[in-house]
Design a binder for this molecule. Structure first.
Ligand code: GRF
Length: 208
């Protein structure tokens, strides 16, 4: 059976990318990561890609004279690698509308909280977990969602809870949330691989 061709965009260390590659190796995710793209030349994710013989691309809007030119160059790379789905794994840049339109309902992000809480521009990394603790939440979690023109605004595909424990530090909470991220992202992408994602209005329905 044909494998779903995925591009992973990441700005940082790439632990989610590594988890996806492991899920593929274990046969739990029927997909192929055909491209890893980062806006940061020193992103750990690019290094992980190279170690796995996955094409690693450093591409940043700073290399182009306009956002549209950047989007078009990015789109050309995506088409060249026959990318069918884009997975954002800690990618800190907004996806341009040209790419959002070309990959409508085929771009997925992972966020380390239960959206729509603790999301939006600037809400990333340890700041998310700090905000959860500052609010006094008893539960947080992970959201895998579709990507549209707004930060963290597309419909959820899968969400999973992580209880906050008394005495949690942002770092301790982040580590427990990350463990869940590493499972749920592959599960969500496998739903695409099995063609079980249906979009109804703005919501995602998972076909049985
Ligand atoms: C993860 O917490 C993810 O939810 C968020 O950015 C972080 C990326 O971590 N969007 P890593 O680079 O995959 O280790």
């Amino acid at each position: 059976m044909k494998r779903l061709k995925i591009a992973v965009f990441a700005s940082g260390r790439g632990s989610n990318l590594a988890a996806l590659l492991s899920a593929i190796e274990r046969g739990e995710l029927h997909a192929q990561i055909v491209l890893v793209m980062s806006n940061k030349s020193d992103a750990g994710a690019l290094e992980i890609a190279r170690r796995h013989d996955v094409p690693a691309l450093h591409l940043s809007a700073k290399m182009f004279s306009s956002a549209t030119e950047f989007d078009q160059a990015l789109l050309a790379h995506l088409h060249r690698h026959e990318v069918e789905l884009i997975a954002l794994a800690g990618y800190l840049k907004k996806i341009g509308s040209v790419v959002v339109r070309a990959y409508k309902n085929r771009i997925v992000n992972i966020h380390p909280a239960l959206l729509p809480s603790f999301g939006g521009q600037g809400m990333y990394g340890i700041k998310v977990h700090q905000a959860v603790l500052n609010y006094g939440c008893k539960v947080t979690g992970v959201t895998v969602h579709l990507v549209d023109d707004e930060y963290d605004a597309g419909a959820p595909i899968l969400q999973r809870c992580v209880p906050v424990q008394p005495g949690d530090t942002p770092e301790a909470l982040a580590a427990r949330v990350l463990e869940v991220e590493h499972k749920i992202f592959a599960e969500a992408l496998q739903l695409f691989a099995e063609d079980r994602i249906e979009i109804i209005g703005r919501k995602v329905r998972i076909k049985p």
